[in-house]
Design a protein around this ligand. Structure first.
Ligand SMILES: Cc1cc2nc3c(=O)[nH]c(=O)nc-3n(C[C@H](O)[C@H](O)[C@H](O)COP(=O)(O)OP(=O)(O)OC[C@H]3O[C@@H](n4cnc5c(N)ncnc54)[C@H](O)[C@@H]3O)c2cc1C
Length: 436
């Protein structure tokens, strides 16, 4: 059946200004110090750190560099951890919970310093993030959370009561919310292109459209087989996240690729933008399956993202769901045209914490659970220092055992519809409690 077209284009809005492209083919080195699989934010950040320390490094990507999540995301520098503090403490102990909370601040600052010191042209603006509350109970919790952020980490954060909500978001949908000023937005595809530029300049060899097909032990190093030939590598780093395939069977049993989708509106009149997004902040909400949204860097469109439960093709239903979410928030956009709608894969796993780990000598930097704009450059760089044996610079709370394998899972996430239904039910219960 022919699906109605709900957006003008089904490619990322970001690719208009920064299209992903193949790199000129180059000869394959027979031997390298480090082979990196995946040239998104994580792989390139690691490659940059290694190459700057004089290591010979080849990074391989099965697609054009950046064509995975790193040029498709919302560009919100959230550094979000999906588990709350109490759950991390219960599962991993108080010390780990505190270290993770503190590291979020350091990782964000690392990204902002990196953009500034390398002069990366990626439209980064530290505008703050408003998070809307579903009900007054959630608002109270957020207000306490904002207070704790300011007290414990010195982050500028504050509660926004319902009466002042329209100063931040032109909607009555929430019952107030909170603001934190340590989060901003960047142009994800420009950021990737700029990272690629500095990584190539540092001497990193990046092979685009060159899938790695297997990684095998070979004496004290590895034989890395690619579509362009075989490379001997002393060390191997896997950075394939939501695009992990059969080349890393160990990782594939642990990471679940889940689609996330973003829609972009046509250009809106300046007075509409001023009404709907008065401070041009990044926006989130307290629902499990909630939306994240933001203005485009030029402040003329709204980009709204959320779950996409489709698993094949590019059906219209997920775009229509996001569109109705947008209209529920902003009823005046009922007749808005969508210029773009696209999806990409995020990598979820049982622990819900980004991770560096080592298995049979191979190092992995991965598992960003939909928040890799901050975490992937940070974790990728820590992983590079781990490979170089730099104790202090490699230190991170995220370097511990691999995420647990998922029983009966080898790459086909058959259980995802049930997981999504569970989250949707939690949202309905929260909504019902809020409206009593
Ligand atoms: C729609 C969407 C919105 C998002 N919004 C945000 C946001 O606002 N803020 C935020 O913090 N995060 C967001 N994220 C998440 C963020 O984009 C990712 O966490 C981050 O880009 C992960 O970077 P990465 O380098 O680990 O992986 P990727 O950029 O996905 O790169 C992995 C690469 O591995 C390659 N690969 C896989 N297998 C092989 C193989 N066998 N051989 C060679 N190459 C291989 C793939 O081709 C791919 O290019 C979003 C993600 C999506 C999809």
């Amino acid at each position: 059946m022919h699906e109605p077209k709900v957006a003008d284009k089904n490619t990322p809005y970001w690719w208009e200004a920064a299209p992903v492209m193949p790199l000129p083919p180059q000869p394959l080195a027979r031997k390298v110090d480090v082979a990196i699989i995946g040239a998104g934010y994580a792989g390139l950040s690691a490659g940059l750190a290694l190459a700057r320390e004089g290591r010979s490094v080849a990074a391989f990507d099965a697609m054009n560099p950046g064509e995975g999540a790193s040029s498709r995301n919302g560009g919100i520098t959230s550094g979000n951890i999906r588990l709350d503090y109490a759950t991390i403490t219960r599962r991993f102990g108080e010390e780990k919970a505190m270290a993770i909370e503190a590291e979020g601040k350091v990782a964000r600052e690392f990204l902002y310093d990196f953009i500034k010191s390398e002069k990366l042209d990626c439209d980064f603006q530290l505008v703050g993030l408003f998070k809307g509350a579903i009900g007054y109970e959630q608002y109270e919790k957020m207000a306490r959370g904002a207070e704790a952020l300011a007290r414990k980490l010195g982050i500028e954060s504050y509660a926004v009561p319902y009466a002042k909500q329209r100063n931040y978001a032109g909607t009555d949908f929430y019952r107030g919310g909170m603001v934190r000023m340590d989060i901003g937005g960047l142009h994800p595809a420009k950021f990737h292109a700029e990272l690629l530029r500095v990584a190539l300049a540092s001497g990193l060899a990046v092979h685009s459209n060159t899938p790695v097909t297997s990684i095998e032990r070979d004496g004290s190093g590895f034989r890395v087989a690619t579509s362009a030939g075989t490379v001997q590598a002393r060390q191997v780093l896997v950075c394939t996240n939501g695009y992990t395939d059969g080349a890393s069977p160990f990782l594939r049993r642990r990471l679940v690729p889940v689609r996330s989708r973003i829609i972009a509106t046509e250009e809106l009149a300046p007075e509409v933008m001023a009404r709907l997004m008065p401070k041009l902040m990044m926006m989130g909400e307290g629902r499990e399956l909630g939306f994240y949204y933001r203005p485009s860097p030029d402040g003329r469109r709204i980009l709204l993202g959320g779950r996409d439960s489709s698993r094949a093709g590019d059906p219209a239903a997920p775009t229509l769901r996001l569109r109705s979410g947008l209209v529920e928030l902003f009823p005046e956009l009922e007749n808005v045209r969508l210029s773009h709608s696209w999806f990409g894969n995020v990598a979820m796993h049982r622990d819900m914490l980004p991770r560096i780990f080592e298995k049979n000598g191979v190092v992995y930097a991965t598992g960003f659970c939909g928040s890799g704009v901050v975490w992937a450059p940070w974790i990728g760089t820590r992983a590079a220092h781990k490979l170089m044996g730099h104790g202090e610079q490699a230190r991170t709370a995220f370097d511990f055992r691999p995420p647990a394998a998922i029983p009966l899972y080898h790459g086909n996430p058959w259980f995802m519809p049930a997981v999504i239904k569970g989250y949707a039910l939690q949202d309905r219960i929260a909504w019902w409690r809020a409206s009593r």
